[in-house]
Write a protein that binds this ligand. Structure first.
Ligand code: ANZ
Ligand code: ZN
Length: 818
């Protein structure tokens, strides 16, 4: 049988597309509806892998479908090109990270072009280009002006291996997200973005995303933001003017607060500790710094702590409470101190039992014993006991409200909301990142580099100059560091940290709207036209950090009047993982599958089709269960239909096989629905069925000259162009059309052809069959009744009789009772 040359086809159409540029967004016609398809831009480490193959194939289905539907589609590509791997490679290879970075970008760009992704290459960006990071710096300064970028000293997550600080989000279960080393704590002065100012809005605006983002991503964001309602309670401290305020979700248990616990690594602990207890405290603090966050929060870890040698006073009972330091209390949540209520909080109870501290039950939960005896803290509702102000109350909500009112009246507490979300620690002590555009002046303090002096470009450093030393490598570039103060002109020093690469990726989708502009980061008009993104496709590993930061940036820009929407991404797809033999691909398991090798063997289209056909986009794909060979066979079959139409032009002008036309039109109608509901794998299945039906029609005698066959072949080419663009283009040309198939209009559906073949309806009069009708299966009861009564033989039998009842069971039966 005839077949097409996969490789030659790829080379041929790639050149045509480069010439025709059917994928460039237009943007000039404001009346034309637009769509923005976005894929999480790649990091340039090595060549593309299977995961890229999957995400590009899936997101390109959407972009190409929208183009067929007539939308002006923005489908841009760029590189997230700052970051540690390039820097580590440069140290090893004794070069500047740009070499590795831009070499890899070129490799990936070539692979992406070969992969036939319908990107608009005119908007390409790299976050490590000075043209781009100039605007990252500009945005940093806008946040700085508004107090949303600030510096503070605190204990921060420190990766001893990468020799850099990490954001909370980059610490996964106590380990460094990148290298897996155990994360420790260090006290450093660092830059932060004030994400916490936006906590409530980040939560509230998720309503706009309900049903459009995966539920689990919304849940992860909600948990990360971690809103808790409760109260602040002030505790007087012996020998100290200022009270200590604690956050509690259970102010109603205040009568049972029998001691206080402070995080050892909170500043407060060092302030409170007595001279006598200081040596013990400091030893304990050292131990605490070794513990990971996950260990500290573990419920079954034995509780440890040290008495700080001071006492607080319970504002309701007036009783003295010992103040302790213990690592189960975290420094950066609430105020870093808790009122311990051992009877009703298991952590506090475990601690109380370990150090023989008093336990007082204040809620009598029916059916549960006294925690002081059982060792099990109770958290349920019940009658308050030992709590004079709450006498007679039996429910928590009431108890909490009553206590808050009491504390507020006394000026020692107030209802409040607390968030788990922390400010975003953005400075990094590494070289290959966006320099922070701040000058430190001994007289003026932190001074912004003026906008017209941006970008602050990275000095050129190589190899050993980049080696991690705990301070930024930029600090050693003294020519670069020493500068003059933009405000007073005196000697000053540049900030030597660089920004977390998540800053770069928090706004790249805006830059795509106004590529190449050197007077603004983006044009508000362009952004208004293209944004928000209609479909964002990327990995679930970005469910928290990248998406939360982008949402924060968008809201901050909204407040500055630079954008007119508060959520950047309307819809989100998290593709599954490509695995092999049931396991994640890894070097050690030797089960890796190489994208480039698969493409060599089966061709781009077959690999793309395999990935799209494997299952719903969000499911994992086990390469052991799929068949790129089968995909390539199918594509040859599809092509052959077009090829036969071309070689057998035919003369029959008749309407063609109605049965095939029905399949064709139904396929188009159904696929539209399937594309819209992101069931791309089913689209492929429907196209396969269409090709089978076409083959059957040809072989059953109609021949390829039948117009219904041509119509089916054209529809196949158009639908297939969303998944397998090379063969689709080849088919389109075989059918005698000009390229590009991707610029065709979505096929028009003839509604008459969507109606199924008719069904036979039996009409009975007095229980006897008097007539038969051929009717559409979807006929209504009224229409069917009218048809039945009008049927000549039925009408004859009804003559002179009085109709008592007509029982209609559409579409199969009408029973007339006389
Ligand atoms: C007294 C109390 C009694 C509490 C009780 C709970 C139950 P969420 O829901 O996560 O917001 N807490 C406050 N700050 C803390 C910190 N820095 N480290 C560890 N624990 C801290 O939890 C709020 C509760 O966690 C607060 O309410 C406090 O303990 C504790 F029957 O206060 B509670
Ligand atoms: Zn100055």
């Amino acid at each position: 049988a005839a077949s097409y040359d996969v490789r030659a086809t790829q080379d041929k159409w790639r050149a045509v597309w480069d010439e025709l540029r059917p994928y460039d967004a237009d943007g000039t016609d404001p009346s034309r509806e637009r769509r923005y398809a976005l894929t999480m831009f790649p990091y340039p480490s090595g060549d593309l892998h299977m995961g890229h193959g999957e995400v590009f194939a899936l997101h390109d289905v959407v972009a190409r479908y929208w183009r067929l539907k007539g939308y002006d589609v923005l489908n841009p590509i760029g590189w997230d090109s700052f970051g540690l791997p390039a820097e580590n490679a440069a140290i090893k290879r004794n070069e500047n990270p740009a070499t590795y970075t831009y070499d890899n970008i070129e490799t990936q760009a070539e692979s992406i072009r070969r992969y036939g992704v319908s990107f608009d290459w005119t908007r390409r960006l790299h976050t490590s280009d000075p043209e781009y990071y100039r605007w990252t710096q500009w945005l940093f300064l806008r946040l700085f002006e508004r107090g949303l970028a600030y510096r503070k000293a605190s204990f921060v997550n420190w990766c001893p291996n990468d020799q850099t600080v990490l954001a909370n989000e980059q610490v996964v279960q106590g380990f460094c997200e990148r290298c897996g080393a155990v994360v420790t704590k260090r006290e450093l002065t660092q830059w932060y973005f004030k994400v916490t100012d936006y906590a409530q809005r980040l939560l509230d605006d998720m309503e706009q995303l309900a049903g459009k983002w995966p539920e689990r991503v919304l849940t992860m964001q909600r948990n990360w933001i971690g809103r808790s309602e409760g109260a602040w309670v002030a505790f007087a401290i012996d020998g100290r003017e200022e009270p200590v305020r604690v956050f509690t979700t259970r102010p109603d248990t205040l009568y049972g607060a029998t001691f206080m616990v402070v995080a050892p690594d909170a500043k407060l602990a060092a302030e409170l500790v007595s001279d006598e207890q200081r040596p013990a405290f400091e030893a304990y603090l050292e131990r605490t710094k070794q513990a990971t966050e996950i260990e500290r929060q573990s419920t079954d870890r034995p509780k440890t702590g040290v008495f700080l040698g001071v006492h607080a006073t319970n504002p309701l009972t007036g009783e003295p409470m010992q103040v302790w330091a213990a690592d189960y209390v975290l420094a950066d949540y609430g105020s870093g101190a808790v009122m311990a209520v051992p009877a009703h909080d298991q952590r506090d109870l475990d601690f109380a039992r370990a150090y023989d501290l008093p336990v007082r039950r204040v809620v009598d939960v029916p059916g549960e014993g006294d925690p002081a005896e059982t060792g099990v803290a109770t958290t349920g509702d019940g009658a308050y006991v030992n709590s004079p102000a709450l006498d007679g109350i039996t429910d928590k909500v009431d108890g909490i409200a009553t206590t808050i009112a009491l504390l507020t009246a006394d000026g020692v507490g107030e209802g409040t909301v607390n968030f788990r979300l922390r400010d975003w620690l953005l400075s990094r002590q590494r070289y290959w990142g966006c320099p922070i555009p701040i000058v430190h002046c001994p007289d003026c303090g932190e001074v912004a580099v003026p906008d017209d002096q941006l970008p602050v470009e990275l000095p050129y450093l190589t190899g050993a100059e980049l080696a991690p030393k705990g301070t930024s490598p930029l600090a050693a570039a003294t020519d670069w560091v020493n500068t003059s103060c933009p405000r007073c002109g005196g000697a000053a020093k540049r900030d030597t940290d660089t920004m977390d690469t998540f800053v770069d990726s928090s706004w790249y989708y805006l830059r795509y709207c106004s590529p190449g502009r050197d007077d603004v980061p983006f044009d508000p008009e362009d952004v208004k036209h293209w944004m928000p993104v209609d479909m964002y496709v990327g990995g679930v590993e970005h469910a928290i950090l990248h998406l939360l930061y982008s949402r924060f940036f968008t809201k901050a820009l909204y407040d500055m009047g630079l954008v007119s929407f508060v959520e950047p991404f309307e819809a989100l797809i998290n593709q599954g993982q490509v695995i092999n033999e049931g396991k994640a691909m890894s070097k050690s398991l030797g089960n890796g599958v190489d994208l480039g090798q698969q493409i060599e063997e089966f061709g781009v289209d077959a690999v793309r089709l395999t990935l799209v056909f494997a299952g719903p986009p969000e499911d994992d794909i086990d390469w052991a269960d799929v068949s790129p060979a089968g995909a390539s066979k199918f594509l040859q079959r599809a092509w052959r239909v077009a090829h036969e139409v071309a070689s057998d032009p035919g003369t029959d002008p008749a309407a063609g096989e109605v049965a095939l036309r029905r399949v064709t039109h139904k396929t188009v109608a159904e696929c539209e629905h399937l594309f819209d509901s992101k069931r791309f794998n089913v689209v492929v299945a429907r196209v396969m069925e269409l090709v089978n039906a076409t083959r059957k029609t040809i072989d059953s005698g109609a021949g390829a000259a039948d117009p219904a066959v041509r119509e089916a072949a054209e529809v196949t080419a158009i639908l297939l162009s969303t998944v397998a663009p090379y063969v689709a283009e080849e088919m389109w040309a075989e059918l005698g059309h000009q390229p590009s198939v991707s610029q065709q209009a979505w096929p028009t559906v003839d509604p008459a052809l969507l109606v199924d073949e008719t069904v036979t309806c039996v009409v009975q009069v007095k229980g006897k069959v008097r007539g038969k009708l051929e009717v559409p299966p979807s006929i209504s009861d009224e229409d069917l009744e009218a048809l039945a009564l009008a049927e000549p033989n039925v009408a004859r039998h009804l003559e002179g009789a009085e109709i008592r009842k007509v029982i209609v069971r559409a579409p199969k039966l009408v029973n007339i009772v006389v």
